[in-house]
Design a protein around this ligand. Structure first.
Ligand code: HEC
Length: 218
């Protein structure tokens, strides 16, 4: 038996029509996230006997990880004064962490050496003063922690991006940067001081042979 060609064509049209109708119907089915069954915090609700949507804490529950009693650690201040000593042991790992975080969060404006010539500043952002500025070098560590935590003038705060522990690592690294430019020679042990004070063992001499050679190449 041979099916007439028109029958097949008609069936195809019918199938397509059904599919289209289904698609259109399905398009109407949606549940927005905002329509979820939920209770808003501290709203009134008649479901519970006390009429409150928020449920009281289970008796004897203990908050964990939100106690910020260690003021110097969380604010960089003690009795309203900036702390002068890092509240964390300084080791290589801390400095490397600080260097890494500083590279991510601070160099765009302050530059890798902290001179205040980061790329964002080169493109027109308000230029911060150099970390090697005499007044800034004299600021206690707590001051730096405070600037990261609460911002300063034109600088936004980085409290949301940089956790407390990393802020101290960054502060330790800023001190390292400052030391790299302004180390007090008296702070060095004797054996390191002597070679620095001694005249250079080999004076950089440019011989006449070198000079003529140089000219020859030009
Ligand atoms: C978007 C650019 C930008 C970034 C990123 C930035 N700063 Fe700043 N910072 C500034 C500017 C601008 C100033 C100067 C603000 C002013 O004087 O009004 C400043 C000032 C400072 C000062 C000096 C305050 C003073 O007494 O002059 C310190 C310290 C500082 N920033 C630390 C940091 C650290 C640490 C980071 C990284 C966690 C950081 N900044 C990230 C722009 C930035």
């Amino acid at each position: 038996m041979v099916r007439p060609i028109q029958n097949i064509a008609r069936r195809r049209v019918w199938t397509r029509g059904m599919l289209l109708a289904l698609l259109l119907a399905a398009g109407g089915c949606r549940q927005d996230m905002r329509d979820q069954p939920k209770l808003k915090p501290l709203a009134a609700n008649r479901f519970f006997a006390d009429g409150a949507a928020s449920r009281p804490l289970v008796e004897h529950s203990v908050a964990r990880g939100h106690l910020t009693l260690d003021t110097p650690w969380f604010t960089g201040k003690e009795n309203g004064q900036f702390v002068t000593n890092l509240p964390v042991a300084v080791d290589m790992a801390l400095l490397q962490r600080g260097q890494e975080r500083f590279g991510i969060y601070c160099t765009p404006c302050h530059g890798r050496a902290g001179t205040g010539e980061g790329m964002v500043v080169q493109r027109g952002y308000f230029p911060p003063r150099s970390y090697h500025d005499a007044q800034l070098r004299g600021q206690p560590v707590g001051y730096y922690f405070d600037v990261i935590t609460r911002g300063f003038g034109n600088m936004p705060d980085y409290a949301a991006q940089v956790p407390v522990e990393d802020r101290w690592a960054i502060v330790a690294y800023i001190r390292t940067l400052q030391l790299s430019q302004y180390a007090d020679i008296a702070a060095l042990p004797e054996e390191d001081r002597a070679p620095l004070l001694a005249p250079p063992a080999v004076a950089p001499v440019e011989t006449t042979a070198d000079a003529s050679n140089h000219g020859h190449h030009e």
